[in-house]
Design a protein around this ligand. Structure first.
Ligand SMILES: [Zn+2]
Ligand SMILES: [Zn+2]
Length: 495
């Protein structure tokens, strides 16, 4: 789209004369708010805390333009420039390789567009992002916001108080909770305090599975609150809600929306890997807001910052059932890949597996790579017919995991896809090839965290079979031992 500037107001225009695509306009004028203007409250609900494309808004352009002229809507450039290089304002992409051009009917030019966030609708050099600039709706609440009668463990209680405080005071806090500590309940009091104070809350996690699992739990805990559940293809896309649960990817649609942003399972955040996640989180939260990070496994740099007092954090070092975390045992198993090529597996590994089959204890076995796992499958089948292998692209993944839950399987072979998120009540855990690079410290802590999760079976063996001990293995073990020690010291573990 092209705009002309008349009396310090942007006006959409089909002419090429004296008009520009929005990205070429130096400073976008913002008309003052006209309090007498009868604004459209549907548009208010749709746009509050978002930045959307015209195509996302089911209203004619002249109505949006009239809201802009009366100060209720702001136009932002979809693509900005920084040091003469393009930057996508929605996703933060500034890698030239991720931009393309196309002959654009809207501006009549060869228009630059962002390929990185293309699946959320094309943002090009002539695309305005539409942002709400008017008053926001207050949510009306009943007296009882939180309807949850569960009991927090002492460790959870301590963390819950810190979370509430951080939310009330717009601070940042890391909740470092061991696998199986029960971290969701730790959020309830803080979320309640936020909602009572008219704050808008978002819980965000990288995986759709987790969004689907959290949604019913939060709806049950906050039955009178509208909860929007957002993931690729979800129906709540246009739902305005005081409480939002979203994949981190969906955060890209939001702009200065949340007073409280809770980021779950982002081990490396905010230091490594995913710059776009960092960008999305910064865009989605309000400048004055609180940020709560939840993880069982902060990366080494983050751990260091905690220890040296640079990052604010609280630990939950013990599981809700007050038993210590299983500490992994290391067993050297020689060049197992070479053995696998000859269709055999290390003797100590097979002995370990056979013992479990005899004792009818279910086992989760982690492999570093799919081909190795598939090679091992027929070998293990000689010991039991009740086994399956799963990986990320496996279409039957859900069914296989369910079979394991139903105790129809003795062994479940897996890649790191099951390192987190799944709970089987009574299992032992093995890693074959724990020395592989794919098994980072945090992956190994998560894997060990699969064992001993239930109150009825709080113990489980965890064995890392390896061909050379790695730093990651040692650090993972150390982290688990340190947490157990702290749990004992704080009286959170039965001694
Ligand atoms: Zn264009
Ligand atoms: Zn983009």
């Amino acid at each position: 789209m092209r705009f002309e500037i008349k009396e310090n107001i942007l006006i959409p225009s089909l002419n090429k004369e004296n008009t520009l695509p929005i990205s070429q306009i130096q400073k976008i004028p913002q008309p003052p708010l006209n309090p007498a203007y009868p604004y459209n409250s549907d548009l208010q609900l749709l746009l509050t805390g978002k930045q959307l494309l015209l195509d996302d808004i089911p209203l004619p352009l002249n109505e949006i333009q009239s809201h802009y002229e009366n100060g209720y809507v702001t136009y932002r450039k979809g693509i900005n420039t920084s040091n003469k290089m393009p930057v996508c304002v929605r996703c933060g992409n500034k890698d030239p390789q991720w931009f393309g051009t196309f002959p654009c009917a809207r501006c009549g030019e060869n228009c630059l567009y962002c390929r990185k966030c293309l699946m959320m609708g094309r943002i090009s050099a002539c695309t305005p992002l539409i942002v709400w600039n008017g008053p926001t709706q207050e949510h009306a609440f009943t007296k009882h916001i939180l309807e949850w009668n569960g009991q927090l463990s002492d460790g959870q209680q301590a963390a819950s108080s810190r979370v509430t405080e951080a939310i009330q005071q717009n601070q940042e806090l890391l909740v470092w909770a061991v696998c199986g500590a029960g971290k969701t309940e730790v959020l309830f009091a803080g979320v309640e305090a936020a909602l009572a104070a008219q704050k808008r809350v978002c819980i965000s996690t990288p995986r759709t599975d987790v969004v689907l699992e959290l949604t019913p739990r939060l709806k049950a805990a906050f039955p009178n609150i509208t909860v929007a559940s957002l993931y690729g293809g979800s129906e709540d896309r246009h739902l305005y809600a005081p409480l939002t649960i979203a994949t981190t990817h969906q955060l890209l649609r939001f702009y200065h929306a949340f007073d409280t942003l809770i980021l779950d399972e982002v081990d490396a955040f905010p230091y490594t890997v995913d710059e776009s996640l960092q960008y999305a989180a910064t865009q989605a939260r309000k400048p004055e807001s609180s940020m709560i990070y939840l993880t069982a496994t902060p990366n080494p740099k983050w751990q260091r910052e905690c220890r040296t007092g640079k990052s604010d954090f609280v630990t939950i070092p013990a599981r809700f059932h007050r038993h210590p975390l299983p500490v992994p045992d290391f067993q050297w198993c020689g060049n197992w890949q070479k053995q696998l090529k000859k269709d055999s597996l290390p003797t100590n590994f097979l002995k370990w597996i056979r013992l479990r089959i005899q004792q009818q204890k279910q086992v989760l076995i982690f492999f570093p790579h799919i081909p190795l796992m598939e090679k091992a499958l027929p070998i293990l089948r000689k010991y039991t017919p009740y086994l399956k292998a799963v990986h990320a692209e496996d279409p039957d993944r859900k069914e296989k995991v369910q079979k394991m839950r139903n105790k129809e399987l003795a062994l479940l072979l897996t890649t790191t896809i099951l390192e987190r998120g799944v709970t089987f009540p009574n299992i032992d855990v093995a890693v074959l090839g724990a020395e592989d690079d794919i098994f980072s410290e945090s992956a190994l802590v998560q894997i060990a965290g699969r064992a001993g999760r239930s109150r009825d079976y709080p113990n489980g063996a965890v064995t890392f079979f390896h061909y050379g001990k790695t730093e990651a293995m040692t650090m993972a073990r150390k982290q688990i031992i340190t947490m157990n020690r702290e749990g004992v010291k704080r009286g959170l573990i039965h001694s």
